[in-house]
Design a protein around this ligand. Structure first.
Ligand SMILES: Cc1ncc(COP(=O)(O)O)c(C=O)c1O
Length: 345
C-alpha cells in the first residue's frame, strides 16, 4: 500500500533523504512565501502536469494533507464561479475536513456532522461490478454517464448549476474502482457542455501510481483543477496542492493562507522524488513489472470481465492481503467459464 499511496519512490528513498538532509541544515521552515525550493518544485509540477495543463498551469501549494488540497479546490471553484453547488459521486472519498467530507459519500463518515456544505449532489460512479442501474458494460451505454447528463438537462432533477464536479479518476477508498475507459472524458464533455469546472482528485492516483504520471492521462482528460497530496511530499513529508488552469488563478495575495503551506523540506523532497521517478523511469517500469510479474492481478483490477457470479470480497482492505486467494478463485472461475485470464490488452 506504500503508506496509503504516499511512498511512490520507496521508504526513506536515500536520494530524497540526502536532499532533505542538505536542506535541513540550511532552512527547515519559512513563511507561506516564495522560496527557491518552492519555485523549483512548482516549475517541475507544471512540467509534468496532465494534458493541457502541462506548461500552462498554475500551482497552489496547500497545507499538509489531501483534505487541505480539496478544501482549496472547492474554495477556488466557488470563488471563480460564485456558485456553491457541487456534484460528487457514490463511493467518493475526498477527506475528512468540512468541505472535503461534504463531497465524500460514505454515510458512517458523514453522520454525526450534518449539515455539511449545502447543496451537494451525488451520482452513481462507473462501478461496473455493482452497477447502480443493474446494467452490464458495455451494453449499458454508460448509463451512469447518461444519468449525469439527465441531472443537468432535466430542470426537475433538483440540480442547480454547480460550481464544479469532483471525481477521482480511479476510486481508492471506495474500493479501488477502475471505471471503463472513456468515463472520465465523458464527464469532461458534460462539464464543458454545461460550463462547469471539473476537479479531478489525484491525491491517491497521482505520481505514477497507475501507469501514467496522473490517472486522468489514461483518458486524455485535462481537468480544470487537479488536487495532489500524499506522494508529492516524496518520502512522506507533508505537502498538498492544486494544479489549476491559469485563468482560475484569481485569488489576491493572502486569499488562501496557511502556516505550513509549501513547506520547504517537503518541497525539496517532492522535487527530488519527481526527478528520481523521471530518471529511473519508474512509471514505465511499474507498467512493465505489473504486466510481467502480476498479469493476473492487472487483469483482475483493470479489465476483469463483469460477471455477478464471479468471486469477490467486499472492500479493498480485505482484498490486498488476500490477493493470492483471489487470483486462485479467479483462475477457477475462469476455467469454469472458459475465460482465459491471460493478459490481453
Ligand atoms: C482521493 C483522496 N482524496 C483525498 C484524500 C484525503 O487525504 P488526507 O488523508 O491526506 O487528508 C484521500 C486520502 O486517502 C484520498 O484518497
Amino acid at each position: 500500500m506504500a503508506g496509503i499511496s504516499v511512498l511512490s519512490v520507496g521508504h526513506s528513498n536515500p536520494v530524497v533523504v540526502e536532499a532533505v538532509k542538505r536542506q535541513l541544515d540550511r532552512l527547515a521552515h519559512a513563511l507561506d512565501i516564495y522560496t527557491a525550493e518552492r519555485i523549483q518544485l512548482v516549475q517541475k509540477l507544471v512540467e509534468i502536469a496532465p494534458g493541457g495543463l502541462r506548461d500552462h498551469s498554475r500551482v497552489l501549494l496547500g497545507g499538509p494533507t489531501g483534505s487541505d488540497a480539496v478544501e482549496g479546490a472547492l474554495k477556488l471553484a466557488k470563488f471563480n464561479t460564485k456558485r456553491h453547488t457541487f456534484l460528487a459521486f457514490h463511493g467518493a472519498y475526498h477527506g475528512m475536513t468540512g468541505g472535503a467530507l461534504s463531497v465524500t459519500s460514505k454515510k458512517s463518515y458523514r453522520s454525526g456532522y450534518l449539515p455539511l456544505f449545502p447543496d451537494i449532489h451525488f451520482a452513481p460512479y462507473a462501478y461496473c461490478y455493482r452497477c447502480a442501474f443493474s446494467k452490464e458494460y458495455p451494453e449499458c451505454d454508460m448509463q451512469c454517464v447518461r444519468y449525469v447528463e439527465y441531472l443537468f438537462s432535466d430542470p426537475e432533477s433538483g440540480l442547480t448549476d454547480p460550481a464544479a464536479m469532483i471525481a477521482e479518476p480511479i476510486q481508492g477508498e471506495g474500493g479501488f474502482i477502475v471505471p471503463p475507459g472513456g468515463y472520465l472524458s465523458e464527464l469532461r464533455r458534460i462539464c464543458d457542455e454545461n460550463r462547469i469546472l471539473l476537479i479531478v482528485d489525484e491525491i491517491q492516483t497521482g505520481f505514477g501510481r497507475t501507469g501514467k504520471m496522473f490517472a486522468c492521462e489514461h483518458d486524455g482528460v485535462t481537468p480544470d483543477i487537479v488536487t495532489i497530496a500524499k506522494a508529492v511530499g516524496g518520502i512522506g513529508l507533508l505537502l498538498s496542492g492544486c494544479l489549476i488552469r491559469r485563468e482560475l488563478d484569481s485569488w489576491e495575495p493572502g486569499g488562501h493562507l496557511g502556516t505550513f503551506r509549501g513547506n520547504v523540506l517537503a518541497c525539496v523532497a517532492g522535487l527530488a522524488a519527481i526527478n528520481y521517478t523521471l530518471e529511473k523511469r519508474l512509471v514505465e517500469r511499474a507498467v512493465k513489472t505489473a504486466l510481467s510479474r502480476h498479469p493476473r492481478l492487472v487483469r483482475y483490477t483493470v479489465c476483469l470481465p463483469i460477471d455477478r457470479s464471479a468471486p469477490y470480497t467486499k472492500g479493498k482492505q480485505s482484498f490486498m492481503p488476500r490477493w493470492k486467494t483471489h487470483v486462485q478463485k479467479w483462475e477457477k472461475w475462469g476455467k469454469r467459464n472458459k475465460i482465459s485470464l491471460k493478459i490481453d490488452y
